[in-house]
Design a protein around this ligand. Sequence first.
Ligand code: ATP
Length: 430
Amino acid sequence: MTDIIRTHYINQLDESIIDQNVKIGGWVEDLRDIGSLLFLTVRDVSGTAQIIVNEPKMLESTKKITRQSAVMIIGNVQKSKSKAFNVEIKAEHIEVITNAVHPLPVDPTGRVNASIDVRLGVRALDLRNPRVLALFRIRHEALQSIRKTLVIHNFIEVNTPKIIGSASEGGANLFSLEYFGKKAYLAQSPQLYKEQLTMSLDRVFEIASYYRAEKFHTVRHLNEFISIDIEGAFMDTEDVIQVAEQIVRNVLIDIKEKCVNELKQITAEIIIPSLPFERLTYSQVLDEINSHDIKLEFGEDLPDHALRIVGEKHKGYYFIKDWPSKLKPFYIHEKNDNPELSDSFDLQHGYLELASGGKRHYNTNKLKTRLIEQGLNPDDFKDHLKVFEWGMLPHSGWGIGFDRLLMVICNTSNIREVVLYPRDAERLNP
Ligand code: ATP
């Protein structure tokens, strides 16, 4: 058999094609030998099929097939007596395409548990586990949904460089690399580019990888992560907050509708939150934290243990607005009625920060002052500042950590579960 074109995906085998000859392709999940009869369970991306082998001349060779080997099967569809399958295939020809060499490093049927570390080391095989596959189907649907919502809101998708010549936000924690004799960095966010683009493209969004060179040891940080970023001209903080909450709600609605089986696989339930999400201020949150055995001063960042207290009380999605200006980057605008406070917000789910955003400065002098206040040198940002002298428009935006959003949707406690090939301080391969 040289032709590798199949006639059906496994989930297309049903009673409407009984007696028809079909050709399927997949891998052997199970093999049961009951003497004169062999039962094979074959899986493809769409599901599992039962294959019956009773031709004496096929029995011996089929018995030798190892689990997970890739096979193509030609046979006749017939009604099944099994409770698990409506129809099965009576095999006429079985060809092993490639052999799975045993022992395999993990059992992708999930019957034998393996640690996440071991599984990530053999991710391609781990993905044959239906539970793992379900996570990445949900991930795919979430991306489609987010793009759809952003396009409805007139955002256009852009791609900005990830190899950059200067530290974009002045922060430390950048990976550097040698770029034809010059020093370059991996982008930590598209912040400055997306702001610049609003002066011509008005509303932009980007979905891409960003890099942070910090030795995180948490279940919610990676060194490479996907961020969904938006930036819109003539939008204020409340406008972009509303885009964020619609994105989250639409993603949940779409996944609940399109990923029924996948949600069952991962035993996750989706509850559609009503809009608007709760809006708290930094000061309110500080009061809530300080009513426990923690004492935080105004102006301090909210550490993990403090956010866990807030997350206990506010279990779903909510915003924390009006952060102290000094906690926010130089490009964040202050509130018109109180310069101590920034016109900014974080989107939270329980203790977990999902997004941060706000209104941006669009006046060059203000930007220069803010850079100096934050100990940064405006000369290092001269290319960026120049743009603000060409008729920059007022604008606001945010960045949502897509992998973190998926953790919440899929109810996983470790970000690595929802990332194909996570990069952390210990893991650079595969
Ligand atoms: P955190 O305080 O949780 O470290 P941050 O304040 O550094 O996050 P931002 O720079 O504001 O995060 O980035 C916006 C969003 O991008 C975050 O809310 C988060 O969802 C996501 N994000 C940031 N850093 C990481 C990371 N290292 N791994 C995964 N997601 C990240």
